[in-house]
Ligand binder design. Structure first.
Ligand code: FAD
Ligand code: SF4
Length: 398
């Protein structure tokens, strides 16, 4: 029996209509489709349901008494890897694009949901349903802005595709998993990336103008494991700005409210996650969550070099010290920030411990944000695994 479809009268919301999640909307795209019918249940910001969805997708929820589960979600294996032949212009070595292209070439899927850039603005996302490897390749590199990837779900339905790969960040994948049974697909593969501190296009402009020496020539940036933001410019030069030197007062309101209330940094509902933060500089970090993720990785493993994941250092003092910096919007003089960044970069947490550092800092900041701005949502919205992580730290009392 085919799963139920959205009600025949369900219609996408108009672009100008308010979204049900109001200020917390991450523009995931679900409300731009007929699947808006399920929004109350499906929206990551209206209904936190990790336990239910993890059980549906991976066969079990994460075990909150196991630290590895708390931090990295349900998983079978983790690796450090990189493409033997990196894809030019990709965010890292292009493992995500390689896999998307390979799945199409081998006929495992008939289409890939991914996001290209608009013709006039490299940072303006343009979600597409790619049908060829060339279209997937053209979607390489992050568009570091909120992207309505799920807006192409109606197109998927109209195209009659039965086997689909979706590439996306946590909030998009939470909504996707909630409507998965209604999509009429035979097989859905989900390739996730971690995601944090995303912004609207206007917010991105402010971030670039506040932080980079040449905002108009930035083609790519990343918050790196050496505690610096690396901006790559059109001429190939790399500008490094220490995290601790960011103008936090100016940047306080730059991140989207959705990202300030998100606890799905590691994309817990994807089959396979490809990021960087659990691996040494230049390498990518792979988290295989389930058998479908294993099936995906197997397809491209001959094209990759592997290393085991490692972990060293102690993140706790650095996280505890960073809480007031974030919280009170303190900005250190640049020379102090550079020294601090260099010292922590040399002696601080590395590998998985760096990933924990980043998760802890963001979860503590986000917990305080929800507590102050949405106290009525705190109990239901903050999942148990995040509460345990935040519970390791002393937070401000007001
Ligand atoms: P590529 O081969 O270059 O492919 C990139 C893929 O990302 C494309 O398929 C494209 O469809 C998709 N994509 C681009 N922009 C978006 C978007 N806005 N929304 C959804 N999908 C998009 N990893 C970490 O380990 N730690 C982080 O803190 C972290 N923050 C991130 C923040 C954002 C906003 C994004 C989009 C990604 C983030 N990542 C983070 C993931 C990381 O930056 C790389 O995207 C990932 O490692 C894949 O690299 P790649 O070279 O294999 O990707
Ligand atoms: Fe709709 Fe997605 Fe916004 Fe939630 S986050 S209101 S599902 S577009």
């Amino acid at each position: 029996m085919l799963p139920t479809r959205p009600h025949h009268k369900a219609k996408p919301l108009k672009a100008t209509s308010p979204r049900p999640a109001k200020a917390l909307c991450s523009e995931c795209g679900l409300c731009d489709t007929r699947y808006v019918h399920y929004v109350k249940d499906a929206c990551a910001f209206l209904n936190q349901q990790f336990e239910t969805l993890e059980t549906q997708v991976h066969g079990r929820p994460r075990q909150v008494d196991q630290w590895n589960d708390c931090y990295f979600g349900v998983h079978q294996q983790m690796f450090t890897a990189r493409n033997r032949q990196p894809i030019s212009g990709a965010q890292w070595t292009g493992i995500v694009s390689t896999l998307g292209m390979e799945m199409l070439r081998r006929g495992l899927v008939e289409g890939v949901v991914c996001v290209q850039q608009s013709e006039t603005d490299r940072f303006q996302p343009q979600p597409i349903l790619a049908r060829t490897p060339e279209e997937v390749l053209a979607a390489r590199v992050n568009k570091p802005t909120l992207s309505p990837n799920l807006s192409v779900l109606d197109l998927v339905e109209q195209s009659g595709l039965k086997r689909l790969l979706v590439i996306g960040v946590g909030c998009q994948i939470q909504a996707l998993r909630a409507v998965e049974a209604h999509l009429g697909l035979e097989k859905l593969y989900v390739l996730g990336t971690p995601c944090v501190d995303n912004v609207t296009r206007a917010g991105l402009q402010k971030f670039l103008e506040t932080t980079s020496r040449s905002p108009q020539t930035v083609v790519h940036y990343e918050f790196m494991q050496d505690y610096q933001v690396h901006f790559k410019h059109e001429d190939g030069s790399v500008e490094r700005v220490p995290f601790f030197g960011l103008n936090t007062q100016e940047l306080k309101d730059v991140f989207a409210p959705s990202c300030m209330t998100c606890f799905d940094y590691v994309n817990g509902l994807a089959d396979l996650v490809v990021g960087y933060m659990g691996s040494p500089f230049g390498w990518q970090w792979l988290v295989v969550r389930n058998d479908r993720g294993q099936e995906m990785l197997k397809l491209i493993q001959d094209q990759l070099e592997f290393q085991p994941v490692t972990s060293s250092g102690n993140r706790r003092p650095a996280v505890q010290q960073s809480i007031p910096l974030y919280d009170q919007g303190l900005t250190l003089p640049m020379w102090v920030a550079k020294i601090l960044g260099a010292v922590i970069g040399r002696t601080g947490p590395k590998g998985l411990e760096y990933a924990r550092f980043s998760i802890d800092s963001h979860f503590a900041r986000n917990y305080l944000y929800v507590w102050r701005h949405y106290p009525q949502k705190l109990a239901a919205h903050v999942p148990a695994f995040a509460q345990r992580i935040v519970g390791q730290y002393t937070l401000p009392k007001n």
